[in-house]
Design a binder for this molecule. Sequence first.
Ligand code: RP5
Length: 164
Amino acid sequence: MAEASIRVGIIMGSDSDWPVMSEAAEALREFGIEFEVEVVSAHRTPDKMVDYARQARERGIQVIIAGAGGAAHLPGMVASMTTLPVIGVPVPLKYLDGMDSLLSIVQMPGGIPVATVSIGGAKNAGILAARIIGSTDAVVAAKLQDYADGLTAMVAEKNAALQA
Ligand code: RP5
């Protein structure tokens, strides 16, 4: 029953990605969007990845945020098995500073898009998911506008502090 209101799926290749990916969850909470979190590995649980991608739409998911590090195939593989928008988060690992993850996610072949955010950019992934949902949901759109207004006010306050 509760599952019917879940609109965003946050998936990641390993629980070790959670310190990065939790920022997407925080952003979604800020906009009052229900989400689920699941470890789904392209390499360690390939059958689970296929099931997740193929069933997401019929389960009511509207956007998938997929994070992975290193040979980060999860976002692209999931995007190949669903027509839902997929946002990819390159997770930085110990070596290569996340460039490997970024290039693995961003270089998709024509026809299978993954909206890739910056290395470690899970916060923006959450906000982008909210914007996708907000394109047809006035309540979420209003929260996004409040958030943007808050950023503008914050900069104005910082400028005022500089002048003091
Ligand atoms: C990737 O391998 C995961 O997304 C993670 O970033 C990386 C390392 O996983 P662990 O060895 O920490 O489980 O598939």
